[in-house]
Write a protein that binds this ligand. Structure first.
Ligand code: NAD
Length: 524
């Protein structure tokens, strides 16, 4: 793996952030494909985090004032910079994640698309809204909703897609007019650091976008200082984030884990379903919140599906590649996650499951887990209940679609799902799945459908990204009620007199009642 370029990207956050307080310590960033140190970052202190937030807060009003087009101008420059520096930034990301190159491309492609999406849609989503008065009593008023950003948004992001998550959550906030401070994962801080440096030094954009570094402690300090928290990570951490934000009554949006089911109906195109399951379960080594983790297959096609899926997964090339995509499945980015995957697979095997391929850590240098297909699994096993977040799928045979649905919904999670089968029947099943997004005859594709919301039901999250909601959440609605014409006083103001009060009541009754007697005050 050609990881050399990442070493040049390291920097101290003192220099990058311009924060005055001293850094507390540093964190070595390792290449999971070979264990080599690829960089070292200085961690922020609570004081330096407060200083960074205060600095960008000071520049936010001007950023808001340049308007949607003005902000898109700078975000467009960021898109162009990313497109012009794809290889350079891809090298850094590959070094800190151990991803294969094809999975690096998924990350970068998403960001450019998202900038264009919100650049073109923001005016429709968060531009002023005129509202018709609902009552004739308000006829003299002009009603307008203005959407104004939270001044500073704090983004806390995970390690699985270092830019798609960190920038993906920052772009709509910046487009809305907020200043943004990101706390990337301590496992993968380098590629974001490179982008932030470029925003400031190469692009020369306004100083409203920065990052702070560190572990969960730094995340906590960021929560204390910002006006809105966008968190992406595990449900375990999500609970802590929400509790911390409650102390300052700071609103949060939480994009958490999943345990996504796939249902394969007897009338599915089995080849397509097996190919989708192999990719959907193993892409990015299964380290994708919406990867396929559980598969329920109707009896008549079970054997054929399992044979085809196993054959494909067996053939996947695992390991490290360079700039040319030569491998299919990369490393596990976090050693903590490898331990979770291993524990779940061991638990399943000890309880009677069989691994048709894979089933253990891979030999050799680096942190790899073999692409694994498990059968004879059931819902008593951790691998079918808890998020695996690794290259492992469990497959169960079901009698019919009702059993498949019951099992698919038998989970505390509800992020995404997929159904394969004759499209109308599959859509009917999809509509009954308890999840934020369901793909019919496809997997994961909802992530690229930016016009529709993506978020978790149940313990997979609170709030959504993408679509209208994905930018509106970063704004506060401000209702402007303008009196277009009126006399010296309104009839309901002082002084209260019998005649004025009586008039107000009679008019109010006349408009609220829906029958003549009540309108005229002849009943009640
Ligand atoms: P994690 O919860 O361990 O960490 C996420 C981030 O939170 C990191 O930056 C971490 O430093 C920070 N953090 C940790 N403790 C904190 C605390 N007490 N206060 C504030 N911040 C804290 O998650 P991870 O292991 O980095 O990522 C994997 C998880 O992310 C999986 O569960 C995956 O499903 C989820 N994820 C969800 C989505 C989605 O869109 N729903 C997308 C990607 C990943």
């Amino acid at each position: 793996m050609e990881s050399g370029t990442a070493e040049t990207s390291t920097g101290t956050n003192g220099a990058v952030n311009g924060a005055s307080a001293p850094a507390a310590a540093s964190i070595d960033v390792l290449n999971p494909a070979n264990g080599a140190v690829v960089g070292s970052i200085a961690t922020d202190t609570p004081e330096s985090i407060a200083a960074t937030v205060a600095r960008v807060r000071g520049n936010q009003a001007e950023w808001e004032a340049i308007g949607i087009e003005g902000r898109y101008f700078w975000l467009g420059k960021l898109r162009d910079w990313i497109l012009d520096n794809t290889e350079r930034i891809g090298d850094t990301m590959q070094a800190e994640t151990g991803k294969v190159r094809a999975d690096v491309s998924l990350d970068l492609g998403y960001v450019a698309d998202l900038i264009n999406f919100y650049g073109s849609k923001a005016a429709g989503y968060i531009g002023d809204e005129s509202v018709r008065p609902s009552s004739p009593l308000m006829a003299a008023k002009k009603l307008v909703i203005q959407y104004r950003p939270f001044p500073v948004v704090g983004v806390i992001s995970p390690w699985n897609f270092p830019l798609a998550m960190a920038l993906g959550d920052s772009i709509p906030a910046l487009q809305a007019g907020a200043a943004v401070v990101v706390k990337p994962s301590e496992f993968t801080p380098l590629s974001l650091l490179e982008v932030i440096k470029a925003w400031k030094e190469e692009i020369g954009a306004p100083d409203v976008f920065d990052c702070v570094q560190g572990t969960g402690e730094a995340g906590g300090a960021l929560i204390d200082n910002v006006d809105y928290v966008q968190f992406t990570g595990s449900d375990r951490t999500g609970r802590k984030v929400m509790a911390r934000a409650a102390e300052t009554l700071t609103p949060v949006s939480l994009e958490l884990g999943g345990k996504d089911p796939m249902i394969v109906l007897a009338d599915a195109d089995v080849d397509r379903a097996a190919n989708a399951a192999a990719w959907g379960g193993m892409v990015n080594s299964g380290q994708l919140c919406i990867s396929v983790e559980r598969i329920y297959v109707e009896e008549p096609v079970y054997d054929e599906f399992v044979a085809k899926l196993t054959e494909q997964v067996k053939g996947l090339r695992q390991g490290a590649d360079g700039r040319k995509p030569e491998k299919d499945v990369g490393a596990m980015t976090s050693p903590n996650q490898t331990a979770i995957v291993e524990d779940q697979v061991d638990d399943a095997l000890a309880s009677g499951a069989r691994a048709l391929t894979g089933g253990k850590r891979a030999d050799g240098p680096g942190d790899y887990f073999e692409p694994t297909v498990l059968v004879d699994v059931d819902h008593s096993m951790k691998v079918m209940r808890d998020e695996t977040f690794g290259p492992v799928v469990g497959v169960m045979k079901v009698r019919d679609s009702e059993e498949a649905l019951r099992l698919a919904n038998d989970t505390r999670y509800g992020l995404a799902a997929s159904v394969f089968g004759e499209k109308d029947r599959a859509e009917r099943i999809a509509r009954r799945i308890e999840a934020g997004s369901v793909n019919v005859n496809d997997v994961i594709t909802n992530m690229a459908a930016m016009g529709v919301p993506m978020g978790g039901w149940k313990q997979s999250g609170i709030g959504f990204r993408h679509g209208e909601y994905g930018i509106k959440k970063y704004c506060r609605a401000e209702s402007i009620v303008v009196t277009r014409f009126g006399g010296k006083r309104e009839p309901n103001w002082y002084p209260y007199t019998r005649s004025r009060r009586g008039l107000v009541d009679r008019v109010s009754r006349a408009f609220s009642a829906r029958d003549l007697k009540r309108r005229l005050g002849l009943r009640g």
